[in-house]
Design a protein around this ligand. Structure first.
Ligand SMILES: [Mg+2]
Length: 262
């Protein structure tokens, strides 16, 4: 269904009227101009072409099972955790925190992290709506990629259990990791598409949305519990273009806002 437009005489940019639902277009006005669509008609507008969707894995395509809070405290210790958290209210980048540690200390930290991730793998479950969403994207021949800060073994296991392949699927062996835009830009270059023809879907503002925005892609935040409505996230640097509370909302959102053409 095309956008309904609400154009004022003074503006050539559209203001989409979004149906009342869990879906929201969080901050269209902050989009780079190459994300905006101009229109000469008051009834329809060419929608932006979307050629690929890049997903986060843990907490997005899989049900969140890794206890990140316990992991951070185990790696950093309670006091250090509290100090770093107070400096980074929107979230801790644990891989960055340990990057400059001594090799011995870093090795122990990675052992702890890997242990938590392995426990998560034992309980891995596919997110409700993930298979249906991917099936619909496949029916439109829209590319599907994956970027995770987890290890490659976890991606392999996920692929086995999920039964559908994401390609490329970049794990943390690809450096630099999210929130750096490098993995997303790498996927775009392999797909031979522009970043603004791609949307990054993930459950982390500081990793997935930041990575997508820095790359110049669209972003969709999966916020199942509404935790990002908390005041501490009001003034973050990177705001998502869209927000959903379930993966089941994503396909209709994409159809409504984009032209899905490979
Ligand atoms: Mg995640």
């Amino acid at each position: 269904m095309p956008f309904r437009l609400c154009l004022s005489k003074s503006s050539s940019f559209f203001n989409p009227i979004i149906p009342k639902s869990q879906i929201s277009m969080a901050n269209l006005s902050s989009l780079p101009t190459n994300h905006r669509t101009t229109s000469t008609t008051t009834t329809t507008t060419p929608r932006t072409r979307l050629r690929g969707v890049v997903f986060d894995m843990d907490g997005t395509l899989t049900v969140p099972v890794i206890d990140f809070l316990a992991m951070y405290k185990a790696v950093l210790g309670d006091d250090e955790y509290r100090r770093i958290k107070s400096e980074n209210p929107s979230g801790i980048d644990i891989l960055q925190q340990i990057e400059n540690w001594s090799p011995d200390r870093q090795k122990k930290a990675y052992e702890i992290i890997t242990d938590y991730e392995r426990q998560g793998l034992d309980r891995l479950q596919i997110m409700p709506g993930a298979a249906e969403l991917c099936g619909l994207l496949d029916s439109k021949k829209i590319r599907r990629g994956l970027i995770t800060r987890n290890i490659n073994d976890a991606v392999d296991l996920f692929h086995q259990r999920f039964g559908m392949k994401f390609s490329p699927a970049l794990s943390r062996e690809f450096r630099p990791c999210k929130p750096d835009p490098a993995p997303l830009l790498h996927i775009c270059s392999i797909w031979e598409v522009e970043p603004n023809e791609v949307i990054m879907v993930g459950d982390s503002l500081k990793d997935d949305v930041a990575c997508g925005k820095r790359a110049g892609a669209f972003t969709c935040l999966l916020d199942e519990s509404g935790r990002y409505n908390a005041p501490e996230y009001a003034n973050v640097d990177h705001k998502p273009d869209f927000k959903v509370s379930s993966l089941t909302e994503v396909y209709s959102l994409l159809e409504r806002h984009f032209e899905l053409v490979p």
